[in-house]
Design a protein around this ligand. Sequence first.
Ligand code: NDP
Length: 369
Amino acid sequence: MPGSIVAENHHYFLVRTRHQPVEGQDGSVKAKDVGLRQQQNTETTMAHAVRIHDYGGPEALSWGRVEIGDPAPGEARIRQTAIGLNYIDIYHRTGLYKLPSLPAIIGMEGAGVVEAVGAGVCDLKIGDHVAYAGVLGGYAVERLIPADKLVRVPNTIDDVTAAAMMLQGMTVRYLLRETYRCAAETILLFHAAAGGVGLIACQWAKSIGANMIGTVGSDEKAQLAKENGCRHVINYRKEDFVARVREITDGKGCDVVYDSIGKDTFPASLDCLKPKGMWVSFGNASGPVPPFDLGILSLKGSLYATRPSLMTYTERRADLLANAGELFDMVTKGAIKVPVSRTYPLKEVGQAHRALEARKTTGSIVLLP
Ligand code: NDP
């Protein structure tokens, strides 16, 4: 239905936007008279954004102006000050995860300031610093968003940090605290330990006292993972990670394997587990896990398997607030230092995509509108 919140599925929430291409205009279009808007000044309803018109390589990302519009009931409009880059943005750009329609503004995470709110939004006011994760439409200077997907950011956390940590940090929190409840005695294998999710996982596992074994693609990344608290690091480009895990665990295997690599580490990740261990397949950086016979879980030791998503774990408002709240506490007390390794202007997001896909990045990347 035009003009309403259009969809919600297991990958993302969508919001009503009007993305008519208006490149070439000067952006000085004034907002229509909006009774619901709390602010006094009329603001432009146009903003720069990065869209894809079709699935493809980084060249598919195109910078231009779009109409943003005014918030409908239950929505807010925010001016973004920092935008998180995530691997899911690549799945969306390439079409591995299909978008509901094209053209589309991709990007799933950001931080900024509330500019206007729609009817019925009581717990946000203009000027509030907010952040979100998992709501499509992030690569934009301004955007509309369901207000119940926003969380207020404590003033101890700056916007770049907030934009970097929401998606990756909340992911680590649900993986280590909910999907499998890691404790001091837990031995966990975490692939891509020097990535955005990975470096936060190193620090979170350390704060729990868990024994984390991380895999990485270079010696420099190995050093970084260690510095962030990963107890054992394996360079899986050089070493057989299954053999090394067996060696490190005296042949016992791990309680849980967190695998975001997908195709290239399947089924080897299963061989790193103890009997009745849990395989958490949460990403596809090398391509999706191929279809497999469920019997493999029995043959390899009555294993558990799950394929979780942050969207499910934060779908309910109470779960979102609990997750974000614990993450903010961890960052505020210094147990987690959000590892922002680089920023790019939003306009140059294609370069950031190239680096991420080529495994050249470490930690979190932030785009500046
Ligand atoms: P990262 O910063 O971790 O980047 C991906 C890393 O994966 C690379 O740096 C590389 O590290 C490793 N990798 C291994 N093989 C490949 C390959 N063939 N191509 C590219 N990279 C490869 O990204 P994020 O922190 O944003 O995300 C990490 C993973 O977590 C992704 O798979 C993402 O989809 C998943 N994820 C899942 C969520 C969920 O809820 N299910 C939520 C958030 C993220 P190295 O060189 O060390 O091998």
